[in-house]
Design a protein around this ligand. Structure first.
Ligand code: SAH
Ligand code: SF4
Ligand code: F3S
Length: 434
């Protein structure tokens, strides 16, 4: 049996895609290995979202090639968004044998067979239909508690800065029957939490089933299965989705609602198609219906022509919402995107970085304030396993997606446990068994 090693970069959808790839390869007689040195096939499932994500992969390609010394017929493959974006340029390096885009994974066994005959292979065809709906992913998570389920692929939004619509193609929703079946399989295998994945889950639509109905269907699979989802688009998140979250006790009260910027002119240039006021209205509706709902976000600083005052609007919307956590990035120009064609990337790196640090500092304070509001409260958390720092402690998340740690020698991964918050850092709630 040939052994395959895959490193995964980028978003949760890529993690789930790697699981799909392992499933496809397993059906063709390939075994998974976590030891790069014993692999016959080394692959990276890659991300193109920012330039530094791609730079990291170039380094990995060189590293993978060092294993050719010991194994002359080693196959090196690049999967995912960077494969889709760079295509032949990857093969031209002479360091890569296989290039396969996100919709081409069913062809991997055939590509691998052809490579064995000595020729590099590429399939970067995008599809309007492919959802891998019939494939049961081979889970690669370590804890056996929480699983990802992709509910759609691609994206039709074409935000001006974003490469995803080009690397992942047009949006398509997966047949809900296969989603519910996969959630049932997860329960049978002992999983306690599923996260429904899509670039814009609120535009899920298969026949007459929208995202709210899908959420309800998955919530009904088992009352002890926690349901999460990501990512919501502020322009699309509906009252129906918010009300469905509130109605089902096993749907976690956490919404990742990427704001990107707090300034209307920048939002317009980003083609996000909502205003600051609209965004704040959605947050108000969420809080009114679910006061305990965790709200997290993504933001980009230093987008084309962003002034200091416009950046201040991002700071102020962070302050106004009081996010529980955030991912924050310097704008990175991506070739081929609308922004790269229309607007110069004119904010100097040192200005971007200063703004980014200011935003991160603010968010650290907001995260700490958010955690302090939870002092003394009791939460039901799902145990994920031992805490990273201390084997005598367990860790697990609240429904609102906050990480808790507490001393515990009686419970194990997959248990639901009640904990009381005694103390906190900006990243973690420090708890005891309640
Ligand atoms: N579909 C999701 C986002 C997917 S990409 C959504 O619309 O919210 C994850 C995050 O990467 C984005 O929210 C954005 O903040 C960031 N990002 C995307 N393109 C970027 C770019 N060119 N430069 C910097 N950050 C970017
Ligand atoms: Fe990119 Fe916008 Fe689609 Fe998100 S919604 S993946 S940011 S184009
Ligand atoms: Fe990256 Fe592709 Fe995901 S660009 S963020 S791996 S969709």
């Amino acid at each position: 049996m040939k052994k395959v090693y895959i490193e995964t970069y980028g978003c949760q959808m890529n993690v789930n895609d790697t699981e799909v790839v392992f499933s496809i390869l397993a059906a063709h007689g390939y075994a998974r290995t976590e030891e790069i040195a014993e692999a016959d096939v080394i692959m990276a499932n890659t991300c193109s979202i920012r330039d530094n994500a791609e730079q990291r992969i170039w380094g990995r390609i060189d590293y993978f090639n060092t294993f050719r010394k010991a194994k002359a017929d080693l196959v090196v493959g690049i999967l995912g968004c960077m494969a889709e974006r760079l295509k032949d340029a990857l093969l031209d390096t002479g360091k890569v044998n296989i290039v396969a885009g996100p919709d081409a994974y069913r062809s991997l066994p055939a590509l691998l067979d052809a490579v064995c005959e000595g020729h590099p292979q590429m399939n970067v065809e995008l599809s309007r239909e492919e959802t891998y709906g019939d494939i049961s992913p081979v889970r690669i998570d370590k804890n056996g508690v929480s699983a990802f389920i992709s509910i759609m692929r691609g994206c039709n939004n074409v935000c001006s800065y974003c490469v995803v619509p080009y690397t992942r193609g047009a949006e398509r929703s997966r047949d809900y029957h296969t989603i519910v079946r996969e959630a049932c399989e997860c329960v049978e295998k002992g999983y306690k939490e599923v996260t429904l994945l899509g670039q814009n889950v609120d535009s899920y639509l298969y026949e007459d089933v929208n995202f709210a109905k899908l959420l309800e269907m998955v919530a009904q699979v088992s009352p002890s299965l926690r349901v999460r989802f990501s990512t919501s688009h502020p322009k699309d998140i509906s009252d129906e989705v918010i009300d469905t979250m509130a109605a089902w006790p096993n749907i976690c009260h956490h919404i990742h609602l990427p704001v990107q910027s707090g300034n209307d002119r920048i939002l317009e240039k980003m083609r996000r198609r909502y205003s600051r006021e609209w965004y704040l209205g959605r947050v108000a509706r969420i809080r009114q219906t679910m006061p305990d709902c965790g709200i997290t976000t993504d933001a980009i600083v230093g987008f084309c022509s962003e002034t200091e005052d416009e950046f201040r609007d991002t700071l102020s919307i962070f302050e106004e919402v009081g996010y529980d956590a955030a991912f924050m990035f310097n704008y990175s120009e991506r070739p081929g995107t609308l922004a790269s064609k229309k607007y110069p990337d004119d904010i100097p790196l040192d200005v971007k970085t200063r703004r980014l640090n200011e935003l991160i500092e603010l968010q650290n304070r907001l995260s700490l304030e958010s955690n302090r509001r939870d002092l003394g409260k009791v939460f039901e958390v799902l145990v994920e396993g031992p805490s990273k720092k201390n084997d005598a402690e367990l860790c697990g998340r609240t429904g609102s997606n906050k990480m808790c740690v507490w001393a515990d020698s009686t419970h194990k991964a997959g248990d639901y446990v009640k904990v009381r918050v005694n103390d906190c850092t900006s990243a973690t709630l420090l708890c005891e068994l309640a």
